[in-house]
Design a protein around this ligand. Structure first.
Ligand SMILES: C[S@@+](CC[C@H](N)C(=O)[O-])C[C@H]1O[C@@H](n2cnc3c(N)ncnc32)[C@H](O)[C@@H]1O
Length: 415
């Protein structure tokens, strides 16, 4: 009975383009039992029927697999890069031709809000509250509850992890009281949110219409077909000179884009920023970086240390990361392994090795590296969250929950 119910539920979830390994996890029966008890259903088959007819219940199940987890200024280097990139082109945007931002898999909107705050700060739209500005962001996510939270601007305590960049406080764009951040009305008015899923909802968007596209921490949950289709859509909607931001574990190859994009010139590798391979962009100079950036998360400090150590040597950690960001994964892995063999045990090297193993599809090896990262930096959020996904993929939902809780308690260790 439970097997039949799980089969029906898995078939429904697979239609959502989720990874079969995640959907068919050994933890599904216990989730079904938990929900039967909650809804007072006598049989798992009744629960399967509920999932088939009720979008909200389907959404709840989906959220157990593709968790709507995000926070403000995640990957700080990406928002620093946006500030410089937007600032360099400040004359390009106007009310008639706004800077267009898209956050695919936006969850509670933190990514879209962060991008609006960074862009507005670069354009000097600080204090004027006119509701009519030259920055527009759209977020999409199939999770209706998360989209609702985004529309209400309800971010919650966990939306701020680590220190906020100094410029985020300009014009009270983001204020923090008792550890809970609030996004200014003006910023919220520049972002709108839609319930929708990629790739389908991307197909409806005009070609070459978006300047800054975020598609972070989504591919890891989706099946190969969906990832390839999303990759094609991202390339189609991104403007020729636009920037695509991916997640730390999402190399272009995961979307089938490895030949069509390369690392954005002048971007910190920890920004995970990419441009069309055909784009000719002026390099953003290091000396143009804003002085008032005040990010101090451990990985940001790592990346600063890396920049300081950057040398012509092709085997530095920074070079290995750059090679990974440009899709030269084998080169990156050889360089990273050579550094490891040479005695380096820097957490960011171990994290890179884990990420490369993940990109190569070797989850066992990835976990081994990530475990070492967490041993060295117990509150390394990114490593903990990736380990949570891997544990859940193996069907170990309990371990996944524990790791997520631990990441939630962290308050540090994120890039
Ligand atoms: C871990 S969150 C990523 C949040 C944010 N992009 C970030 O990196 O911080 C994953 C999100 O993907 C969403 N999602 C799942 N399937 C999706 C799909 N087919 N299209 C768009 N979003 C999807 C989930 O609802 C969830 O909110």
């Amino acid at each position: 009975m439970i097997d039949d119910a799980c089969d029906r539920i898995a078939s429904r979830l697979l239609k959502e383009r989720l990874q079969p390994e995640l959907v068919r996890s050994a933890g599904l029966p216990s989730l079904v039992a938990e929900r039967c008890a909650k809804h007072r259903l006598e049989s798992p088959i009744h629960y399967a029927e509920l999932v088939e007819r009720d979008e909200a219940e389907l959404g709840w199940l989906r959220s157990q697999i593709a968790v709507p987890e995000t926070w403000l200024f995640r990957y700080p280097a990406s928002f620093e890069y946006i500030r410089r990139w937007v600032g360099d082109r400040s004359r390009d945007w106007s009310v008639d031709r706004p800077l267009q931002i898209l956050s695919v898999a936006c969850a509670n909107g933190a990514e879209a809000f962060s991008a609006v705050v960074a862009s507005s700060s670069a354009l000097g739209i600080g204090r004027a509250v006119d509701g009519c500005t030259s920055v527009r962001a759209v977020g999409i996510d199939p999770n209706a509850a998360a989209v609702d939270a985004a529309r209400r601007g309800t971010l919650g305590r966990m939306a701020l992890r680590g220190e906020m960049p100094a410029w985020a406080a300009d014009g009270d764009a983001v204020t923090v009281a008792d550890g809970v951040p609030t996004v200014h009305e003006r910023i919220r008015a520049q972002a709108s949110f839609l319930v929708g899923a990629a790739p389908e909802s991307l197909a409806a968007m005009p070609a070459e219409s978006i300047d800054l596209v975020f598609c972070r921490n989504l591919a890891i949950y989706l099946d190969a077909d969906a990832r390839q289709q999303i990759g094609q859509q991202l390339l189609r909607i991104l403007r020729p000179q636009g920037i695509l931001f991916l997640g730390h574990a999402e190399r272009p190859a995961l979307f089938g884009c490895e030949r069509s994009i390369h690392g954005a010139p002048g971007a910190d590798p920890a920004a995970f920023a990419f441009v069309h391979a055909s784009a000719r962009l002026p390099r953003v100079k290091d000396e143009e970086r804003p002085e008032n950036s005040r990010i101090s998360s451990p990985q940001r400090r790592d990346s600063r240390r890396e920049s300081q150590r950057r040398s012509p040597q092709p085997t530095s950690l920074a070079e290995a990361r750059r090679a990974a960001d440009e899709g030269r994964l084998d080169e990156s892995r050889s360089a990273a392994l050579a550094l490891h063999a040479g005695g380096s045990r820097e957490p960011s090297l171990l994290h890179l090795l884990g990420t490369l193993a993940l990109a190569a599809g070797d989850e066992t090896e990835a976990e081994q590296w990530l475990r070492q990262v967490v041993y060295a930096v117990p509150n390394h959020d990114e490593a903990l969250l990736t380990m949570a996904v891997l544990a859940e993929r193996r069907g170990d939902l309990e371990a996944g929950r524990r790791l997520r809780q631990r990441a939630g308690r962290g308050g540090g260790g994120t890039p």
